[in-house]
Design a protein around this ligand. Structure first.
Ligand SMILES: *[C@@H]1O[C@H](CO)[C@@H](O)[C@H](O)[C@H]1NC(C)=O
Ligand SMILES: *[C@@H]1O[C@H](CO)[C@@H](O)[C@H](O)[C@H]1NC(C)=O
Ligand SMILES: *[C@@H]1O[C@H](CO)[C@@H](O)[C@H](O)[C@H]1NC(C)=O
Ligand SMILES: *[C@@H]1O[C@H](CO)[C@@H](O)[C@H](O)[C@H]1NC(C)=O
Ligand SMILES: *[C@@H]1O[C@H](CO)[C@@H](O)[C@H](O)[C@H]1NC(C)=O
Ligand SMILES: *[C@@H]1O[C@H](CO)[C@@H](O)[C@H](O)[C@H]1NC(C)=O
Ligand SMILES: *[C@@H]1O[C@H](CO)[C@@H](O)[C@H](O)[C@H]1NC(C)=O
Length: 389
């Protein structure tokens, strides 16, 4: 009885302390909103208001509508030079995906979409340009390793323009993803493409298939054959970066086994930058001739950087994930996927992610990290001891 009470006490203590130690696994902030909203599409995403995460700025309604959209409201910062959201993170060293959305929507009536800087923990993430000629929201995404038990995302004035923000999201990414990302760097998303898929699939990638709520842009190309699986199995999870099934279920394929696939990546910035490429390979066709082998060479700007098997879904429920990093790019990059020696199937590719590598300064509260880990260990040890004896 006494043992039970002590156990109960420890659990209560642990449940009191743990929420302090743990941050978001998923956080969706609808900036400027006055009410929380649950949206459901094969799962529920809870969009919370931003008042607990920031103290500055004012709310505004961009679009008056009954249809919920995270872009309907924004927060703007008419006074401050720098305005920061503070997101509760787990302790330092976790990989998170951060995504910020901006929709100007002429909320101030001046028809002048603002530009300003976006920073994460004091490091430049992006020079935000809210809208060009098209009246559409813009998004900036970063894969980032936390340096303390919170992440500070700041909007910084660079001119007279008044910074705005419409949405801010954070998702914890599994530790076996994007592992080649060097310490003191972050990955700013350039593009994430689902080849061979038509636009209708973008809405079908549900939150169970896409563990990190990444958005994949569908691309079909006239030069290549669009191939796809006849069905999409449920609940299958690939290791390494966890690409969702619907993305792996489609691909573009060269018309002949001697042909190559040529992909051009254009960068906005014409100066030399460091890039991080991830290519995903799996043959989705189930009418597979087992006597044939798919194997590809991957080139960037005419340099052969990798040779890999293209596993067939029918024979192996594995995929090939090829990460190419660091790659120096200036203005553009030509990615070529060619048949490798002895390959008897035309080359194909399912998906590609391209990131710009940005530097982050090393700081962080390693001491707090150690203390939290230490306390957690003591609790686990005590609970274990009590249960076992
Ligand atoms: C927001 O919530 C308040 C209080 O629950 C409610 O009175 C109000 O109608 C809600 N506003 C909207 C836009 O849903
Ligand atoms: C896209 O796929 C959907 C569902 O398979 C199909 O109904 C639609 O016609 C396709 N669209 C195009 C442009 O091929
Ligand atoms: C692949 O899809 C694109 C876009 O719909 C189309 O133009 C192209 O012809 C398709 N390719 C083949 C070989 O069907
Ligand atoms: C594929 O390429 C080879 C060599 O260039 C050619 O002989 C063959 O006719 C081509 N096959 C098709 C289906 O185009
Ligand atoms: C190709 O890339 C994979 C995964 O990034 C790696 O394991 C493999 O060693 C690479 N192969 C070559 C030939 O570089
Ligand atoms: C990519 O290929 C195009 C066309 O062949 C060429 O003009 C361009 O210079 C290439 N880019 C790089 C970075 O090699
Ligand atoms: C290609 O196939 C030949 C004959 O089976 C074999 O001797 C050779 O090692 C293979 N080459 C590669 C790179 O796999």
């Amino acid at each position: 009885m006494e043992k039970m009470n002590l156990l109960m006490f420890l659990f209560l203590l642990a449940s009191f302390l743990l929420p302090l130690a743990y941050g978001f696994s998923e956080l969706h902030i609808d900036c400027g909103a006055t009410n929380e909203t649950n949206i459901s599409y094969s799962g529920i995403i809870k969009w919370v208001t931003d008042e607990y995460y920031i103290e500055k700025g004012q709310n505004n309604m961009v679009v008056s509508s009954n249809n919920f959209s995270t872009m309907n409201t924004l927060r703007y910062f008419p006074i401050d030079k720098k305005s920061c959201y503070k997101l509760p993170a787990d302790y330092a060293g976790h990989t998170v995906l951060l995504r910020a959305g901006f929709y100007y929507g002429n909320y101030d009536g001046f028809n002048k979409p603002p530009s300003f800087d976006l920073e994460v923990d004091g490091n430049l993430w992006a020079n935000v340009v809210t809208s060009g000629s098209e009246d559409v929201p813009v998004f900036y995404e970063l894969i980032y390793r936390t340096v303390r038990d919170n992440v500070s995302v700041c909007l910084v004035r660079t001119s007279d323009d008044i910074p705005i923000i419409s949405s801010l999201e954070g998702v914890l990414v599994y530790d076996d993803s994007y592992t080649k990302m060097a310490s003191n760097t972050a990955l700013h998303l350039h593009s994430r493409i689902n080849y061979g898929a038509n636009k209708s699939i973008e809405k079908l990638i549900d939150i169970y298939a896409e563990q990190f709520l990444r958005e994949w842009t569908s691309v079909e190309m006239t030069e290549y054959i669009n191939i796809s699986m006849d069905y999409i199995p449920d609940g299958y999870v690939f290791r390494e970066n966890e690409p969702p099934w619907p993305v792996m279920a489609t691909a573009i394929q060269a018309k002949n086994f001697t042909d190559s696939i040529y992909l051009t990546v254009d960068f906005l910035d014409q100066t030399q930058q460091e890039a991080y490429f991830v290519l995903y390979f799996m043959n989705p066709l189930s009418d597979f001739d087992s006597g044939k082998t798919g194997r590809v060479d991957v080139y960037i700007d005419n340099q052969k950087l990798n040779t890999t098997d293209v596993p067939n879904f029918g024979t192996r429920t594995e995929i090939s994930v090829v990460t190419l990093y660091p790659i120096n790019v200036t203005g553009s990059a030509n990615v070529t996927i060619s048949p490798a020696v002895n390959s008897t199937l035309p080359p194909l590719v399912n998906a590609m992610e391209v990131f710009i590598v940005t530097n982050v300064k090393s700081e962080g509260n390693e001491v707090l990290h150690s203390v939290v880990v230490f306390i957690s260990c003591i609790f686990l040890h005590l609970v274990n001891t009590l249960v076992l004896h």
